[in-house]
Design a protein around this ligand. Structure first.
Ligand SMILES: Cc1cc2nc3c(=O)[nH]c(=O)nc-3n(C[C@H](O)[C@H](O)[C@H](O)COP(=O)(O)OP(=O)(O)OC[C@H]3O[C@@H](n4cnc5c(N)ncnc54)[C@H](O)[C@@H]3O)c2cc1C
Length: 461
């Protein structure tokens, strides 16, 4: 149990650093029964509570709005079972994503969802946010790899949805729970699907003069009927930070690079890689390099997955936005983002899962300067509104959290929201679990709005 002000400060925000509020108490259970006891006690004393994994959420999903108890699940991190014959594993929610694949090394299997934060984020957090990652393009998001969950409901009762047999009869409650952002219950055990490692990979780096040419190549590749395992873009700003951090040899004068991976049978991957090289060249690529060894491939992926960390070289704070547009509208949204940054005097760099049309503009600022914070929020708002206008959405994978609640009534009708609210009420009727997340009407204790209370603080707003 953590209750000293200096300990609690660590939990005042997640990866969405713009809004902060310290919890009154942080509890770190090690068993499901402890989670049950905490939840029951919170109910007894009418205190709000919020689950937390590694706190890498980029939408404020773990923000303890109104204070209350934070239940940090990072000490529940056991791998309980690995069953290769039936291709599943059972894990506790606090297990760090990459630790499962590391444990499977040498078996010929891996856990496919690979968010770029996979070295830190937990499988429970991935379940709650239905995380994607670079390999989502071919392998799908978390919901496609979760066979079942054990959940402590907000009243302290325990339920199980799904299980190792993927085709359970009745409603797909596992599917409903995945992506509920901690508002339906606290997940205490997850049964995940294991995926056979591909026989072969080819990893390419396409180098382009402009972002526009790179996005044309993306459309050309997908339009040709090729679904790479991953198709990621980094623009010039990110290339600069990543090169300074990892010295891969990225060309610093390139407008954008595409990291493209194809996988499958040895006989097929060369032909597919060749086609991609030709399509990139036809779209104006200056050069297309191939990773010549496993070491080089791993370094390329390290550069991509640790790109966010490298941004510390560019600015003291950053806000990663998450939107989606139809792939063909990528050039338009990227041009808009550049213009928006110029208009608001905010530097914006881009690294994203381009194959899915999932953009991640990263707005660089200093959170100590309230004017910069206001401009970052205004620019974010305009970018997300533009995503909606272009036929997309305000989140591809990071979720709504507290950050994007105000967009929900732009995306959905009052009737849609009322249906969502009634589904939430089935699981979480008192609203004590994760109040004021996801839905505009989701106050604590019925529909009342909880005031943010001390000992919280907000960033320099
Ligand atoms: C550098 C960086 C890169 C990222 N890249 C990606 C990416 O490629 N793809 C992607 O999808 N996301 C990405 N993210 C966002 C984030 O990592 C994911 O949303 C991740 O799933 C969050 O996991 P976590 O353990 O940190 O959860 P937290 O941030 O602790 O929590 C996230 C949400 O899940 C809830 N929650 C946590 N544990 C439980 C539980 N056991 N039961 C119920 N609810 C729970 C919390 O209440 C909160 O609403 C990135 C973040 C960073 C900082």
């Amino acid at each position: 149990m953590l209750c000293d002000a200096s300990d609690l400060l660590v939990y005042e925000c997640d990866g969405y650093v713009v809004e902060k509020n310290v919890p009154d108490l942080v509890l770190l259970p090690t068993t499901r029964d402890q989670v049950v006891a905490i939840v029951k006690t919170c109910n007894e004393f009418d205190v709000p509570f919020v689950p937390r994994g590694a706190g890498t959420s980029l939408s404020g999903g773990c923000l303890p709005v109104g204070g209350g108890v934070m239940i940090a699940l990072t000490r529940m991190k056991q791998i309980l079972e690995v069953n290769l014959r039936d291709r599943y594993a059972v894990v506790e929610p606090g297990l760090v994503n990459v630790h499962l694949t590391q444990r499977l090394k040498g078996t010929g299997y891996h856990y496919a969802p690979d968010p770029s934060s996979q070295g830190a984020c937990t499988i429970g957090g991935n379940v709650a946010t239905n995380s994607g990652g670079p390999h989502t393009l071919k392998y799908g998001v978390t919901v496609n790899h979760v066979l079942g969950v054990e959940v402590v409901l907000p009243d302290g009762s325990i339920v199980e949805f799904g299980g190792p047999t993927s085709q359970a009869a009745g409603y797909d409650l596992t599917g409903l729970f995945v992506g509920s952002e901690g508002t339906f219950g606290i997940c205490t055990r997850v049964t995940v699907r294991l995926t056979r490692n591909p026989a072969a990979y080819r990893t390419l780096l396409g180098i382009f003069e402009t972002v526009d040419a790179a996005t044309q190549a993306i459309s050309a590749i997908i339009g040709a009927g090729i679904i790479p395992a991953a198709l990621e873009m980094m623009d010039q700003g990110i290339i600069e930070a990543v090169e300074a951090a990892f010295h891969f040899g990225f060309p610093l004068d390139a407008g954008a690079v595409l990291l493209i991976e194809v996988d499958g049978l040895e006989v097929a991957v060369d032909e597919e890689a060749e086609k991609i090289v030709r399509l990139c060249e036809a779209s104006g690529a200056r050069e297309v390099r191939r990773a010549t060894s496993d070491k080089e491939r791993m370094l390329l992926w390290k550069c991509r997955k640790q790109a966010f960390g490298a941004i510390g070289r560019l600015s003291p704070s950053y806000c990663t936005q998450d939107g989606v547009v139809p792939r063909t509208r990528l050039p338009e949204i990227l041009a808009f983002i550049i213009a928006c940054g110029t208009r608001h005097g905010i530097r914006i760099v881009n690294v994203f899962h381009a194959g899915d049309g999932n953009i991640h503009p990263i707005l660089l600022f200093d959170e100590r300067d309230s004017d910069q914070v206001a401009r970052v929020l205004a620019a974010s708002d305009e970018i997300l509104t533009k995503c909606i206008e272009l036929g997309g959405s305000v989140t591809g994978e990071h979720g709504i959290g507290v950050e994007k609640i105000s967009f929900m009534d732009k995306l959905f009708t009052p009737d849609d929201l009322a249906v969502m609210e009634s589904v939430r009420a089935v699981f979480n009727p008192t609203g004590r679990l994760s109040p004021q997340k996801m839905l505009p009407t989701a106050g604590g204790c019925g529909t009342e709005t909880i005031e943010r209370s001390g000992p919280g603080r907000r960033a320099a707003l």
